[in-house]
Design a protein around this ligand. Structure first.
Ligand code: ATP
Length: 291
């Protein structure tokens, strides 16, 4: 999963390219080898405020010529729906979701948001409405406040506190030497894994995008922390279209729909119960989780 990792010093050039309103996906940009050729198409317009309907229409994609990763992907996601993506490692879940913010261009077919081909939208306006929570949270060596407001520099103190509260980061912040003004990172306080996750969630409450992409953490947190983060994420996804690369059975069970991706594309789709009864790839994956 960490094959995309790039050193943090690369982040500055990325920030310059995308000056505002895009917390989270900058991190993604730093993780993924995004295609440098992707830019606004001629005549691209700013996206209206999206309701979060997403359509993948016969989408095909490969990183290298002649080596297809995804083909004939068809998927309709309703505004506010939570869809869990599961499947074997390397099946293409991350790849599929990275096409939505146009980190890569589809090789075939199209992706639409609210009925608009994403290629007809400016990158900044598209990406400002997609929030991404990665398992490796990008933090820089500033204050907690700056790290939460990252991507929304105009945020008020009240907004930042509210975001921290909703992400259940407020107690931890209160216990820090300088509260929100505590320096974190190498020169300051080191955050725990759970606190980093909460900070990432606080960023998203502040950013308030209609579409969320969650890459669920696989790293071990203690059960209590994990449950709380799960609850915060559930609250965060409330009223937003949420696409989650799911590693936990609980997440999958709570999703409105499960999409099972394997090397040939979408293998199965349906509810937890329906897929168990189908007795296919999903039921085997679910079974493997119990052992
Ligand atoms: P995991 O659950 O392990 O994260 P995944 O289902 O998300 O897996 P992807 O990360 O999308 O799968 O990878 C799908 C395929 O694409 C893999 O074979 C992977 O090696 C390949 N791949 C991913 N990123 C790149 C890249 N930047 N360049 C070339 N190949 C890539």
């Amino acid at each position: 999963v960490n094959v995309f990792f790039r050193p943090i010093d690369k982040i500055n050039s990325v920030i310059e390219t995308y000056p505002k309103g895009i917390a989270g996906f900058r991190r993604y940009l730093s993780l993924l080898n995004t295609d440098p050729d992707i830019a606004d198409t001629r005549g691209a317009v700013d996206a209206p405020k999206l309701s979060g309907a997403i359509s993948f229409r016969d989408v095909g994609f490969g990183y290298e010529h002649g080596r297809s990763i995804l083909s004939h992907i068809n998927l309709e996601v309703r505004p506010g729906e939570t869809v869990a993506f599961v499947g074997p490692s390397g099946a293409g879940k991350t790849t599929l979701l990275s096409l939505l913010p146009r980190f890569y261009e589809v090789g075939a077919g199209s992706i639409e948001v609210d009925g608009i081909d994403i290629r007809n939208l400016t990158l900044a306006s598209l990406r400002s409405q997609i929030g991404i929570v990665q398992q490796d949270v990008f933090l820089f060596g500033g204050t907690v406040r700056e790290n939460i407001a990252y991507g929304r520099l105009d945020a008020s103190d009240a907004d930042i506190r509210e975001a921290a509260r909703r992400a259940r980061l407020d107690e931890a912040v209160a216990a820090m030497p300088d509260g929100l003004d505590t320096i974190i990172g190498e020169r300051g306080v080191k955050l725990s894994g759970g606190q980093k996750q909460r900070l990432a969630i606080a960023r998203m409450f502040l950013k308030n995008p209609p579409i969320l992409i969650l890459d669920e953490a696989t790293s071990a947190l203690d059960t209590q922390t994990e449950r709380e983060i799960q609850r915060s994420l559930a609250e965060l996804s409330e009223g937003r279209t949420t696409l989650v690369i799911a590693h936990r059975l609980a997440t999958v069970r709570d999703a409105d729909r499960i999409v099972v991706v394997d090397r040939s594309g979408i293998a199965e789709e349906g509810s937890h119960q329906a897929l168990l009864e189908l007795g296919g790839l999903y039921s085997r994956l679910a079974q493997a989780q119990h052992h």
